[in-house]
Design a protein around this ligand. Sequence first.
Ligand code: ZN
Length: 277
Amino acid sequence: MKTNQIKDLSRLCIHTITTKPFNIEQAANNYSANGVKGITVWRDALQNRNIKQTGEMLRQHNLSVVSLCRGGFFPGKEQKKRQEAIEDNRRAIEEAFELGTNLIVLVCGADPSQSLEDSRKQICDGISTILPEAKAAGIKLAIEPLHPMYADTRSAINTLAQANDMTEALNSPWVGVAVDVYHLWWDPNLESEIERCGKNNALLAFHVCDWKSPTVDFLNDRGLMGEGCIPIKKIRSWVEATGFNGFIEVEIFSNSYWKQDQAMFLKNIVKAYQENV
Ligand code: ZN
């Protein structure tokens, strides 16, 4: 029945950063009480926590730990910076293992003092360096292409085609892609690249929010689903046409929503998910 389908929350996951003012215990209590079934944990939410016990606490709240955010930031003109990134990604793999998730999302990074091509090469080298550890821990790595407005410092991977190219070059079942509507909605090749990603069995995660118009802050002004101009339902249909049936993850960075009462905001997220995803 249609009514039941739209009320179904079995695939709703929320990123801890979406409700940043909540600590992870508050997030677990509130998500669970509102029928949310999945949680993606940002690493800052684990500070000063026993990670293994935190993972158990989340599962006791009937929450699947969908992924850990985030690894990546591989590029650096200096070798030292690149080596530090490798060490940090190794820590992320350990954290993901302790937490009991099997996916790490990679915000791949970029260094504005070198070319995007150099940054991409270093991203590819970085992922291939940590791949053996990821595989040994049973953890997949999802390359998340970021909107080109972040190509200076956050990611030299800006289209799904580039993420698919890199996934194919790395050619490992432990590497795939995270599709985030905020970063990719504008791309005229999105439908065909989602299809390509699906054919590679590489579509590992699906993130949703909305693009507000106007957007007043390029990082922290994401909208609730239905509040902006992203054709979320259409993109979801392309994602699901590949056979993807995993969690649909709400990832919103918003200075204005973080100022609101988070319990009320959470109710609005659930409503927006039911109506506009
Ligand atoms: Zn995302």
